[in-house]
Write a protein that binds this ligand. Structure first.
Ligand code: FES
Length: 105
């Protein structure tokens, strides 16, 4: 699956997640600490949009019960979530943020 354009780099505000849909997959795109990350936008604990949560220390926090997921690995740092959330490769080309939603890492 090729990379597809998720949004413009200039549309992303630092530490403010942006929800996009790529081929039917909800993805939260996050610019933080000088990098851009793409993480599945549904918490692994319940059907909650992670993009409505806060970003800190390269983690996105689920607003409902507070599990935080590492934007690099998708792993939760604490309960109640126990399963990781998929993360996706990101490429920046000019002002385009490109994400490949099928190559989970
Ligand atoms: S729904 Fe995300 S931690 Fe419970």
């Amino acid at each position: 699956m090729p990379f597809v354009r998720a949004c413009g780099l200039s549309e992303l505000e630092e530490d403010t997640p942006k929800r996009v849909e790529l081929d039917g997959t909800p993805v939260s795109v996050v610019r933080t600490e000088g990098e851009v990350f793409a993480i599945h936008d549904i918490c692994s604990h319940a059907n909650v949009s992670l993009s409505e949560g806060e970003v800190e220390d390269c983690q996105i926090e689920c607003w409902l019960h507070g599990s935080a997921f590492d934007l690099r690995t998708g792993k939760p740092s604490g309960l109640p979530a126990t399963r990781p959330v998929p993360v996706y490769p990101v490429k920046i080309e000019g002002d385009d943020v490109l994400v490949s939603v099928t190559q989970e890492s």
